[in-house]
Design a protein around this ligand. Structure first.
Ligand SMILES: C[S@@+](CC[C@H](N)C(=O)[O-])C[C@H]1O[C@@H](n2cnc3c(N)ncnc32)[C@H](O)[C@@H]1O
Length: 319
């Protein structure tokens, strides 16, 4: 309750008390009610200078009329009721604010989903396309295939967040194969991923001159990301000691190949094991590609894709 309101209530009560004094409702009489008087007056914070009923002026025994006590109780009830009302009001406002916030969050989630969808479908129309060739999974252990499925999930997640996404296509994705089952088993909502999946080979889907096979063993350096091209990643994990597997495959079909410009923009970092590798996981290659496509900066792109564990850093990176 506001201070002003309390004061009004208080002065109303005081007026009533004054009136009662005037009309003799509180008047000298027989004792027994002195304590009530002191209590009432102290409740109203009236300093009488009397510490106890014994201090009452001699011969001025007082008693408080029922009317005064009734008014006092009425005042107390009013104060409590107003306090409760304000509390309820505060709680109602708080609940409403929560509801509004929840619905606006839901609204912005829906908007975000629509924007993501729009961007992905635009990439489907205008490129660039990125295929993951899943026809080589026979070279991998079950554990490696599970890791590959997890990398596909991360890659798809990054692409969904990108302002300029790629259109993703899983090729050689055969129902009943281990990688097929692992993708569905490991990745929640996989059937709703906004991308293409097909059993077919990328070789039968796109004109060969539009294909660029990304492979760490290529002699060519990737200089730019061209939206009219289809980039292919080998669906392999780094445990596979399948050296130059994708390079040989690309050469068989006279495809254009390219590697990320790691050694062109980065330097070897001194580490205990003296380990340096330019072979990245598919989601890391994708992070580099996607960042480059958005920023047109290879240092930015490589920073996003090449983890410290690969033993490469940007020359100006803080060690
Ligand atoms: C873990 S690597 C597999 C390496 C394997 N030895 C091979 O023959 O491709 C998975 C895929 O990521 C891509 N990749 C990895 N590092 C790359 C790099 N430095 N440049 C271009 N592509 C790369 C390739 O498409 C590769 O097939």
């Amino acid at each position: 309750m506001k201070h002003a309101e309390l004061e009004t209530e208080h002065s109303d009560f005081m007026a009533a008390l004054d009136q009662d004094w005037e009309c003799g409702a509180i008047c000298p009489g027989n004792g027994g009610h002195e304590e009530d008087v002191c209590e009432s007056l102290s409740f109203l914070q009236i300093d009488t200078g009397w510490d106890s009923p014994k201090d009452l002026p001699v011969g001025c025994e007082m008693w408080v009329s029922r009317n005064v006590l009734r008014k006092q109780r009425h005042w107390e009830r009013t104060v409590t009721a107003k306090k409760n009302k304000r509390k309820q009001e505060r709680e109602r406002r708080k609940a409403k604010h929560g509801e509004d916030k929840g619905s606006s969050e839901q609204h912005s989630k829906r908007v975000l989903k629509a924007i993501t969808r729009e961007r992905l479908l635009e990439a489907k129309e205008c490129g660039p396309w990125l295929c993951i060739d899943l026809s080589m999974t026979g070279h991998m252990t079950r554990k490696e295939v599970s890791r590959l499925a997890a990398q596909i999930r991360r890659l798809y997640g990054s692409n969904k967040k990108a302002e300029k996404p790629f259109w993703i296509c899983l090729t050689g994705f055969v129902p009943g194969s281990l990688v097929y089952d692992e993708c569905f088993r490991m990745n929640d909502g996989f059937s709703n991923y906004l991308m293409d999946t097909t059993q077919e080979s990328y070789l039968d889907l796109f004109p060969l001159e539009t294909i660029v096979f990304l492979t760490p063993d290529s002699e060519n350096v990737l200089e730019d990301v061209d939206s009219s091209k289809v980039y292919i990643l080998g669906g392999l994990v780094d445990e596979s000691i399948q050296k130059k597997l994708t390079l040989r495959k690309a050469q068989e079909h006279s495809l254009q190949t390219a590697r990320l410009p790691i050694r062109e923009y980065m330097v070897k970092n001194v580490n205990e094991k003296n380990y340096h590798s330019e072979i990245l996981a598919i989601n890391q290659v994708f992070d580099a590609l996607s960042t480059y496509y958005e920023t047109k900066s290879w240092p930015e792109a490589l920073k996003a894709g090449v983890s410290l564990g690969k033993g490469y850093i940007l020359p100006d990176a803080d060690k």
